[in-house]
Design a protein around this ligand. Structure first.
Ligand SMILES: O=C(O)/C=C/C(=O)/C=C/C=C(\O)C(=O)O
Length: 286
């Protein structure tokens, strides 16, 4: 169903203070439901809320939810930042400022990759502000038991940040999703344009990694503190954040369940959008 929602029409800015610095945050605000779902994107170069979740916004708005897509500090139209500590916690502090400013008492959070790590960080610090959690391809840092880390996708992601070329973008995207036939030249070009528009974001990500290679801490010991109903969704062929991270999440979070999509890489919400949307709606409504 088309809701005629557009990126430009839903685009908003807000000024916040983050660790003593003024920061302009960009977000998209879609729909007018009583319940709000905040979607948090991944850490790839050129990522944004709109780019990560463009196949998920309409169905959730049509089902009666307000959907907010936050562009984390250092991505898209939000201000750039060098992060020398935990980026998961930094994003969580940015989200807290946004939900306070918008007067949102409680939100559901749907996080992809870094967005999942940040959703967990937010929930641990602000448990009363979170309804349900959906975590895809992320939720905590930490080592895989089976896959050498950093995973091959993360190595390609870091190479792309250092050398933002169309060749490196295509190389990263070729291990990003399972079925690469949906990756059009137009999609590559849009993503490259998004990246090159903000070279400050690319440079600051590299500086952040140099200052602290472990941007996403391992929350495993604290996961049992999360009491929220949590749906964990993973791609069987995720080559960025290995699938056993999903097992660690369900081992730690008591009220959680895990769904694994076969023939799926790191972008379950895009690669299996229809089934993903139905599953998330069912989870939120029951
Ligand atoms: O290193 C990690 O644990 C997290 C990696 C990511 O957040 C990678 C995300 C990539 C995307 O979702 C993207 O859209 O580029």
């Amino acid at each position: 169903m088309s809701m005629n929602l557009t990126e430009a029409g839903s685009s908003r800015f807000i000024d916040i203070e983050l660790d003593g610095q003024p920061v302009k945050l960009h977000y998209n605000d879609c729909g007018e439901g009583r319940e709000t779902i905040v979607m948090l994107h991944g850490s790839g170069p050129g990522a944004s809320g709109w780019a990560n979740f463009n196949r998920n916004i309409d169905p959730l708005v049509a089902a009666g939810y307000r959907v907010i897509l936050l562009d984390c500090p250092g991505w898209s139209k939000s201000d750039s930042i060098v992060c020398t500590g935990s980026r998961s916690d930094l994003n969580a502090r940015a989200l807290k400022s946004l939900v306070d400013a918008l007067d949102l008492e409680q939100i559901h959070i749907l996080g992809n990759s870094m967005g999942g790590h940040s959703a967990v960080a937010f929930t641990l610090e602000n448990p009363e502000r979170v309804g349900k959690l959906v975590l895809m391809g992320g939720g905590t840092g930490g080592a895989s038991l089976f896959t050498p880390m950093p995973a091959e996708g993360i190595k390609l992601l870091q190479k792309l940040y250092r050398e933002p070329t169309i060749e490196n973008l295509k190389q990263m995207m070729s291990v990003f999703v399972f079925d690469t036939s949906d990756l059009t030249e137009e999609l590559f070009q849009t993503r490259l344009d998004n990246m090159l528009k903000r070279r400050d974001h690319l440079e600051n990500f590299v500086k952040s990694l140099q200052a602290n290679p472990k941007q996403f801490p391992d929350f495993s010991p604290r996961l049992p503190e999360i009491k929220q109903d949590t749906l964990v969704i993973w791609g069987r062929q995720d080559r960025f954040v290995p699938m056993d991270t999903g097992l660690r999440l369900v081992a730690g979070i008591p009220n959680s369940q895990l769904h694994i999509f076969n023939q799926c890489g790191h972008w379950a919400q895009w690669e299996h959008a229809d089934r993903f949307n139905r599953m998330v709606l069912d989870f939120l409504q029951h």
